[in-house]
Design a protein around this ligand. Structure first.
Ligand code: G4P
Length: 538
């Protein structure tokens, strides 16, 4: 690990800033309550005065998120934002990932900048598809996962069954930090597993902090605050968990192998504060990050960070582009001149911004775990490293397996130059992945995306930024795999059926399948062929 041994006052201040920081993203399936939970967390942090101010559906959402005309037309939020707030002496960075319809590679990339993830589940539904996908990305990075089982005020599945599903299907061990007493209409609160306090919840006025009442189990029983049979059942289940033996091992939590689990109801504010308090205690603070120069200690004299997301046209009046940089080490200061690892150029960062929803303010400084927005007149690409002092380059951000494919046609040959320029720039920016037919005569690019919205954004931007109207022709594939060993490995297996071979922008072979059944067939027939759902990092 590269770090400074000298302990100057500056390094001490940096170490304190790092110790204070917690950074996380919420992973969930649409409708599990991510917007609601985000709002409640921000209420506790005092960052907003009333729920509904950050991101609401319908009219309000349009007001708070009007960066792009397309967003307005669709009434959705395309951009992941970063919400920073202070609570109980900690500085919390919530990396907001877009929801379902807006699902795109950005959602995955945001997880590359997160130190922790909160997996939000609907108690009635348990694990859902989007959550599973995002979990896989967290697993790749081995980031700690905290589980919040939401909507306990509504009839849901048995808590033990929900935990069993996580353990069995995700292979993630669970450690409930609190345990629910009743559910649905008879949800009475939770028992804190470590203190054995009963936290009684009283429904709060929508959008306000709930009144939480702490009782001992004895008090809960004696005062009749909780029906005896509900209390008895919760205690029995808790005993069962204790019997299972495992301790809350922080090392396992930080390795992403053990998930602290919380029960609550974001809408009614049940359990949000206990969750936030325990999260701050158990979550991983910004840690060292892998680079070509080994793991970089966040508490070092040299600033470093990497670009995990690019966003164009956040302010249509200025046609600007913003690069989101996750600070990994050192202190970032406004007007700093840093090195751009990929090009070797020095860049003065004169107008760094902090973004809160659509509000921006110029940041004076930032610390590891924070995210800053930099104006980006086309010089940054996803995965780029910025640094000061000794050269480092962070590991790139992988391309994730696309699931939607379409030919991108340019019906107007005179616009070919703009078309090619636009496609290349949007690819470099990471807006979409581009594949090509192996048949050289078919020169049109194939757009490959993880979400339909990505395709629409590309078409929209080609038209409005490059003046090219395009046509999409969907291709009937749903699965893509990169081939380890490249073309030679592929040649060795000979002809392959039920799959189309294409090449990516780096001329590496990619196999497209109609469904996972066809993929399975190939794996069976050619077990020696090593396939990967994630593109090798360039
Ligand atoms: P998302 O961002 O994950 O898509 O979910 P969102 O917060 O928008 O919540 C989806 C729906 O679930 C909303 O209802 C919301 O009020 C509700 N919800 C969230 N948390 C809870 C909870 O703890 N208990 C219950 N009972 N409901 C919850 P909606 O009818 O779609 O919208 P709205 O009219 O309530 O805003």
């Amino acid at each position: 690990m590269i770090s400074s041994t000298s302990s100057t006052p500056e390094l001490q201040a940096l170490a304190e800033a790092v110790a204070r920081r917690r950074n996380f993203a919420i992973i969930s399936h649409p409708d599990a309550g991510k917007t609601t939970l985000t709002e409640k967390l921000l209420l506790y942090g005092g960052a907003i005065q009333q729920a509904g101010a950050v991101k609401a559906k319908g009219e309000q959402r349009k007001v708070t998120s009007d960066w792009m005309e397309l967003e307005k037309q669709r009434g959705i939020s395309i951009t992941s934002t970063v919400l920073q707030f202070d609570y109980a002496g900690s500085t919390i960075n919530l990396l907001d990932t877009p929801g379902h319809q807006d699902f795109s590679e950005d959602t995955y990339r945001t997880l590359a900048a997160a130190d922790n993830a909160v997996m939000l589940e609907d108690a009635a539904k348990g694990l859902e598809p989007q959550t599973r996908k995002l979990f896989e990305v967290c697993r790749m990075r081995r980031i700690p996962i905290f589980t919040f089982i939401n909507k306990m005020d509504r009839p849901g599945r048995e808590p033990l069954e929900l935990l069993d599903e996580i353990e069995q299907e995700l292979g993630l061990a669970c450690w409930p930090v609190n345990w629910p007493i009743g559910s649905g209409d008879r949800f009475r609160g939770v028992i804190d597993r470590r203190s054995h306090d009963v936290i009684l919840f009283q429904r709060a006025e929508r959008g306000r902090q709930s009144e939480e009442k702490l009782l001992t189990v004895q008090e809960a029983r004696d005062t009749g605050a909780v029906e005896p049979e509900l209390l008895a059942q919760a205690l029995e289940e808790l005993e069962l968990l204790e019997g299972a033996g495992a301790d809350l091992d922080l090392e396992l939590v930080h390795a992403g192998e053990l998930s602290p689990v919380f029960f609550g109801s974001a809408m009614t504010n049940f359990g949000v504060r206990p969750f936030l308090d325990a999260f701050l205690e158990l979550a991983q603070k910004p840690v060292g990050r892998a680079s070509n120069a080994g793991e970089i200690d966040p508490i070092g004299p040299g600033f470093s960070g990497f670009v995990f997301k690019l966003q164009a046209n956040m302010d249509p009046r200025h046609r600007d582009r913003v690069a989101f940089v996750r600070v990994c080490s050192g202190k970032f200061e406004k007007d700093m001149t840093v090195q751009h690892a990929r090009t070797g150029k020095a860049i003065r960062l004169s107008r760094p911004q902090k973004l809160f929803g659509q509000d921006r303010e110029v940041v004076e400084d930032a610390y590891p775990g924070d995210v800053i927005g930099l104006n980006n007149p086309g010089m940054f690409a996803i995965g780029d490293t910025l640094y000061l002092g000794q050269k480092v380059e962070y590991e790139g951000i992988p391309c994730f397996s696309p699931e939607i494919f379409a030919w991108l046609r340019n019906p107007n040959p005179s616009a070919f130059k703009s078309f090619r320029k636009g496609v290349n720039e949007l690819r470099e920016e990471g807006a979409v992945q581009i594949l090509y037919d192996t048949d050289e005569s078919k020169r049109d690019p194939i757009l490959a995306a993880v979400g339909q919205l990505q395709l629409e954004v590309v078409q929209y931007r080609l038209e409005h930024e490059y003046g090219v109207q395009t046509r999409l022709e969907p291709l009937g594939f749903a699965v893509a795999r990169w081939v380890a060993g490249g073309w030679p490995a592929l040649e060795q297996v000979g002809r392959i059926f039920n799959c189309k071979t294409v090449r990516d922008a780096w001329n590496r072979p990619v196999l497209l399948f109609k469904n996972s059944w066809n993929l399975g067939q190939l794996a069976e027939e050619h077990p020696q062929l090593e396939l990967s759902a994630v593109a090798p990092v360039v």
